[in-house]
Design a protein around this ligand. Structure first.
Ligand code: BGC
Ligand code: NOJ
Length: 828
């Protein structure tokens, strides 16, 4: 069952029922100001940091789930409704929500009155513009009123939802004309404020939530002021400040009226915080007056429909140009819409927000993850390499000089998060991969010489190359008894906690280490990760490639020797006959082996081991891929492990706390499905790669949206696995490494268009049934029009390649100096 459809020409998903199986959201903003907006206008806004600079409030674990956001209410002669149906839920005569690239349009119609609301965050602008077009489509004159509402968050979202004894007494506002300012704590330690305005006169307002709702017994579904069609002109003093505008409107038949609301954020320099004079029309309870110059300028910028149209056009242009960098035309529409539109769009969102703020991530828990942000870059780097570079330097600056890293950092302060700490065994390796991806995309070898400090030596002179070096040797210097990398607190799988042994509720599996390992330095010196071993042999060659390229042949050979040794160790101690084991636990027992009672096979190490060609000479790659197909493949994707754990294994940690089929315990963890898609493509099995790709790619789940539940245009972290009663049900949509890795899987492995140090490699591994495909790739200043022909219906194998009609040896297109070039490839 579907709840809408893809409008590819407009790059939109059009939702035609407000009652989607879960809130289907969009993200507005891609620089400093961000909004989440659901198909019924729920959600919230923040500036840069969802925890430390929350602008509007959102209630967690609410019932109904999606309640609170920025709402418009219309009172049309006693009939009260919202253009997005919720929260009043008056049945609409027509409803539509169009989520597009950085904007959302919600349209409702009731009794001949149509309200179309366009929400977007313009480029280089710290505010959300909401354009409301009201049209009287009836044959009679309409007199009605429109109320807006936004509830302010008192800035720190964590404090806001816990520290009521203080926060109920700090709320402050100012009102000037049609603009309501939120200035809580501005007098003392803050230099930032928010505002909500409309480009017209108003007939009333409210700034106190309970006054707007009418009583503490009312909710957003029945605000008394709206029902009575009478604002209370309240002035907030503590409690919960809000901003609501009241406007009476008269429309003749066929007539339209446009109102432009802006929800904005601004910061003042310390010495310019206050205005020297108090304007006559200003309402305040304070002796001081906010300096509003920045708000005035922002309001001026979008106060007419023409200016709004220009802002939207600029946004569209930005996205058209971002999406023109890589574009394909394949025999499958669903692939095209994922690759050309939605997967790339999601990659921008995950790049911006890591795992911080979604309908599943509260925005108060996690800042930017070290491993997460590095992986996000893999899917984003081609869009704006300069931003990837900046991010790489931020991330690397949270690394320690021994190669270890803070696992997370706050985007506002860019400082490593001491509560979580470090010692996640995989973290450093992802940085090698992301820096290599950046160089391959941009050709900017200069980044290696960039001065990048270490967290424990903030003023020292260190280069990015040094960071790569300590990342690589952090693995080499921390090996266990079998010569495999120590597992430490966790590797990519946060829920395999081999040094935790937790038996007390509430202990965090990621931060708690059993005292028995404290003396050993914080984690077991026995537990080893075969996954990190495989990741090391997969990423190591990128480091070697970099060293060779810059003429450090000796160091390259030394690093290569470590990779070779690791491969040998893996074959000796971590190949189980038909697949690779997952780990050795702290007792030195195998995890993810035939010998285990449950959790005999895990997905994570397999893909990287196959792509590193570990044991290829004895057929380990194909045996492994076949085992995955046999034990992990099911209708909706590949489960993470099998059989699922049915008991708590204290020596494994969090993974065995999840009921079978969910999350890391045999859920379909889509992120690492991508690694197998890559591996199948790498091994030349394009049909299998495509089968796995199409099981989890959102556009392919659209028809079963009632089962899948989450948005059919973006990946989620997880789909219920075969052991779950909710088999096939998606969860944790939007912020997941799946976005980047599936972008890599489809574009670089299946379609095979892969930036390399010295050119653009094109080595597809596609379904044999395909006749071929075409792609446009902008790369280092030139545009390549790529045509792949598959006359013999093979999966893989470049038989010939030409560049502008001239034969090229191999399958790497050399870097051209600008211009447009024709690349033709024949498979066979
Ligand atoms: C989740 C993981 C997550 C980790 C850290 C666990 O409970 O299952 O997916 O990465 O917490 O936040
Ligand atoms: C989600 C986390 O963000 C990611 O870092 C981790 O790798 C996966 N969970 C798997 O546990």
């Amino acid at each position: 069952m579907k709840f809408g459809y893809f409008d590819d020409a407009n790059k939109e998903y059009v939702i035609n029922s407000p009652k989607t199986p879960y809130p289907w959201i969009n993200y507005l903003g891609n620089q400093g100001f961000f909004s989440l907006i659901s198909n019924t206008a729920g959600g919230y806004c923040f500036y840069k940091d969802a925890r430390l600079r929350r602008i509007t409030r959102y209630r967690y674990n609410n019932v109904p789930i999606d309640m609170g956001g920025r709402y418009f209410y219309i009172n049309d002669n006693g009939t009260v409704w919202n253009p997005g149906w919720s929260p009043v839920k008056t049945e609409l005569d027509e409803y539509q929500c169009r989520h597009g690239m950085g904007y959302t349009v919600i349209e409702g119609k009731k009794n001949g009155l149509k309200a179309e609301v366009t929400f977007f965050v313009p480029q280089n602008y710290d505010g959300e513009v909401q354009q409301v077009v009201l049209t009287n489509e009836s044959n009679e004159t309409k007199n009605f009123s429109i109320f807006s509402i936004a509830e302010w968050c008192l800035w720190d979202a964590q404090d806001d939802c816990t520290n009521f004894q203080r926060n109920f007494s700090t709320g402050r506002v100012e009102i000037e004309g049609s603009t309501i300012y939120h200035v809580t704590e501005y007098r003392d330690r803050r230099n930032h404020y928010a505002f909500y305005t409309v480009n017209d006169t108003i007939d009333g307002y409210d700034t106190d939530r309970d006054a707007f709702l009418g009583s503490i017994y009312n909710g957003w579904n029945n605000p008394a002021t709206v029902e009575a069609d009478k604002p209370s002109n309240s002035f907030a003093d503590g409690w919960s400040p809000v901003a609501s505008h009241y406007k009476k409107v008269t429309l003749a038949p066929g007539e339209s009226k446009t109102l432009i609301y802006i929800l904005g954020y601004a910061e003042n320099p310390q010495d310019k915080k206050f205005a020297s004079e108090k304007p006559a029309n200003l309402l305040t309870r304070e002796a001081w007056v906010l300096n509003k110059e920045k708000a005035y300028a922002m309001i001026e910028k979008y106060n007419t429909p023409e200016k709004v149209a220009a802002g939207l056009a600029e946004l569209r242009e930005t996205w058209n140009s971002l999406l023109s960098i890589f574009n394909v035309h394949t025999p499958d529409d669903k692939v095209d819409r994922m690759v050309n539109i939605w997967n790339q769009y999601q990659c921008m969102v995950t790049f911006n927000l890591s795992r911080s703020a979604s309908y599943f991530e509260s925005g108060i828990g996690r800042g930017m993850g070290f491993r997460d942000s590095n992986q996000d870059i893999l899917g984003f780097v081609h869009q704006i390499p300069e931003r990837a570079r900046e991010r790489l330097i931020d991330i690397a600056s949270t690394q320690l000089s021994d190669g270890g890293c803070y696992h997370q950092y706050q985007p506002l302060t860019k400082k490593g998060n001491a509560d979580i700490g470090g010692d996640f065994s995989d973290d450093p390796l992802w940085m090698i991969l992301s820096v290599a991806a950046y160089i391959k995309e941009s050709g900017d070898w200069g980044i290696l010489d960039a001065n990048v400090p270490f967290d424990d030596d903030p003023n020292g002179q260190h280069t990015m190359l040094e960071h790569l070096n300590v990342s690589f040797y952090h693995i080499v210097n921390n090996l266990g008894p079998h010569g495999l990398p120590l597992a430490m607190r966790a590797d990519w799988n946060d829920c395999i906690n081999l040094s935790c042994f937790s038996d007390t509720p509430g202990e965090s599996f990621q931060t708690y280490t059993n005292p028995k390992f404290k003396a050993e330095g914080g984690y077991s010196k026995i537990a080893e990760s075969a996954f990190v071993a495989a990741l090391f042999t997969y990423t190591g060659p990128a480091y070697v490639g970099i060293l060779k390229h810059i003429g450090k042949a000796d160091e390259a050979a030394k690093a290569q020797a470590e990779i070779d040794k690791m491969k040998k160790n893996v074959m000796e101690s971590a190949f189980d006959g038909d697949w690779f084991i997952r780990a050795y636990d702290a007792y030195g027992e195998k995890m993810g082996s035939k010998e285990c009672e449950e959790g005999k096979i895990f997905i994570e190490p397999q893909g990287f081991a196959v792509m590193s060609e570990i044991g290829k000479e004895v057929g380990a790659d194909i045996k492994t891929l076949n085992s995955i197909d046999k034990y992990l493949n099911c209708e909706f994707g590949l489960v993470l492990n099998n059989p699922a754990f049915t008991k708590y294994y204290i020596q494994y940690g969090e993974i065995s706390t999840y009921p079978g089929g969910y999350k890391e315990n045999a859920g379909i963890f889509t992120h690492n499905n991508a690694w197998i898609i890559c591996a199948e493509a790498y091994a030349g099995r394009g049909d299998k790669a495509f089968e796995y790709y199409s099981k989890i790619a959102p556009a392919f789940t659209e028809e079963t949206s009632d089962i899948h539940k989450t948005e059919p245009y973006v990946y989620g972290q997880m789909i219920g696995g075969k052991d779950a009663s909710n088999f096939g049900q998606g969860k944790n949509s939007w912020l997941t490494g799946t976005a980047a890795w599936n972008m890599v899987a489809i574009s670089q492995y299946i379609l095979g268009v892969q930036p390399d140090f010295d050119g653009l490699k094109v080595d597809p591994s596609i379904p044999a049934a395909w006749d071929g495909f075409t792609a446009v790739r902008k790369f280092r200043g030139a545009t390549y029009n790529i045509t792949v022909k598959n006359p013999n219906h093979v999966n893989k194998g470049v038989k010939s390649m030409t560049l502008d009609g001239n034969a090229v040896q191999g399958c790497v297109v050399p870097v051209c100096d600008g211009g447009t070039h024709e690349v033709e490839i024949v498979l066979g």
